[in-house]
Each structure stands twice: as C-alpha cells, then as structure tokens.
Design a protein around this ligand. Structure first.
Ligand code: MG
Length: 253
C-alpha cells in the first residue's frame, strides 16, 4: 500500500534525508586511494550516529554495513570490507541512508577516486542527468512509467543501459515502501503519482549490457559483462509545486 505523507511527516522525512545526504557527501569527500571500503563505511556510520540517527541499511535483510560500496563493475550492494582497497581511477558508488524520528532517507552517488577515464566520467554524468530527468517527470498526474521512460530514454540515447533487476521504491516509515519505481518503462503506464508520495528514484546504469549477476558473497551485484556501472539516487516528495528533492546536498562539491 502506498503511504502518503502529511506536512508533519514530510518535515520528519526532510530531517532524515538531510542527514542521509550529509553522510553521503562526507563519504564522497573522504574517498582516497589506499583506504578500504570498511574505512569509508566507518566514516559514514560515525556521522549518522553523531547526528542522533540510525544507519538504516545496517541489518536490513541482514546487510552488515552502513553503506553499500560498489566499485567499478559492481553495480549495487557491495559489502564494506577491510580487505577491499580503493585505487586511483576507481569509480565508487556509495548508497546509504539514515532514519530518525521514525522516518527514512535513502540516497546514492558514484564518486571518482582521483582522475578517472573519460568513459567512466561520461557514465557518471549520464547517470546523474538521467536521475534528474526522472525527478522532473515525478509530478502528480503522471505515472510511474513516465519516470522510468524519462530515465531509460536518456540513458539509451547516450549508448548505456538501465539495469532491470533492481528498481527504486517508495520511502518513508520504511526504507522500502510501495510503489516500485523502475528506471525503465513506458510513458503513461503504471501507478498514478499523487501529491504526498515520497519515493526514491535510483537509476543503476551499465556501460555495456544491462544484465547483472550476484557474486558468491550473496550481496554484491556486478555487471555480467564486466563493464562499469554507476548509481545515483535521491529521495523526493511529490508536491503541488512539483518534485522536492529531500536528500538535497550531496551534489554540492
Ligand atoms: Mg534505494
């Protein structure tokens, strides 16, 4: 069931999303060659705890980390590890969130470690822009398929592909609520968008084919063909004045 949010609930969402965005931004700024993904996870964990919030990924479905940290051909759900070092030229996707006062934030960004190759940069730029095209389509009266169509058409025009096996979602009292928000689809199809909906739009974009597989750790999702992947996500609210980005802030340098 889709849970619409009233003004008081939206205020709580904004706080949870603000902490989520600051934690993500700090994570991105902290990336350095030679550090491990466990080091990065700890920085994000400490920030969320220091602000009185709960790392809402930790323990969800048994996930051990505060953030999913996925490098290069890893799409999502990378496990923070003391044995995984970040190297110069890597692209590092961080997906994390915080809960406070009973509400959740969720956001993700792919950050470069130092200078990355031109195609990796283009993949990140296209994925980020596809997120914003999806957000622009998230207006009351449209349908979920309008969001997916906006994301997919932009990504494919640029020669990349949209992951099908994982999708965005409603967000609120639960980190994952209805409806599902695919990053692909047909304009004018799917659940109708109404004011008061809060959703996480999160394009996962592959450099080559859209197929993915899960590694034997049971978590890490990688591109099936070894190509790079990028992942950008905002939690947003659908409001009479248009979409409001709740996880505002991590995009600032
Ligand atoms: Mg999400």
């Amino acid at each position: 069931m889709i849970q619409l949010k009233n003004a008081q609930e939206l205020a709580k969402m904004r706080r949870a999303c603000q902490i989520s965005a600051e934690a993500l931004k700090l994570g991105g700024r902290s990336i350095e060659a030679g550090m491990t993904t466990a080091d990065l996870d700890k920085i994000i964990y400490d920030y969320i705890k220091r602000h009185g919030a709960r790392p809402n990924f930790k323990g969800l479905y048994g996930f051990p980390g505060t953030a999913c940290i996925s490098i290069n051909d890893e799409v999502i759900h990378g496990l923070p590890s003391h044995s995984r070092q970040i190297r110069p030229g890597d692209i590092v996707s961080i997906d994390t969130g915080a809960a406070i006062n009973g509400f959740n934030g969720d956001n993700a960004c792919t950050f470069p470690c130092g200078k990355v190759d031109i195609e990796a940069q283009r993949l990140m730029d296209v994925t980020k822009e596809s997120l914003h095209r999806g957000i622009a389509a998230a207006v009351a009266g449209n349908r979920v398929g309008d969001i997916g169509h906006a994301v997919q058409s932009y990504v494919e025009e640029n020669g990349f592909s949209v992951v099908r096996s994982f999708v965005g979602h409603g967000v609120g009292k639960e980190l994952h609520e209805d409806p599902e928000v695919p990053n692909y689809g047909h304009a004018g199809h799917g659940v109708r968008l109404v004011n008061g909906m809060t959703i996480a739009i999160e394009p996962m974009v592959n450099q080559k084919h859209h197929s993915v597989k899960t590694l034997s750790d049971g978590w890490t999702v990688v591109t099936a063909d070894g190509g790079l992947a990028a992942h950008f996500e905002h939690s947003i609210a659908i409001l009479p004045g248009g979409p409001e980005i709740l996880t505002i802030g991590w995009e600032e340098p």
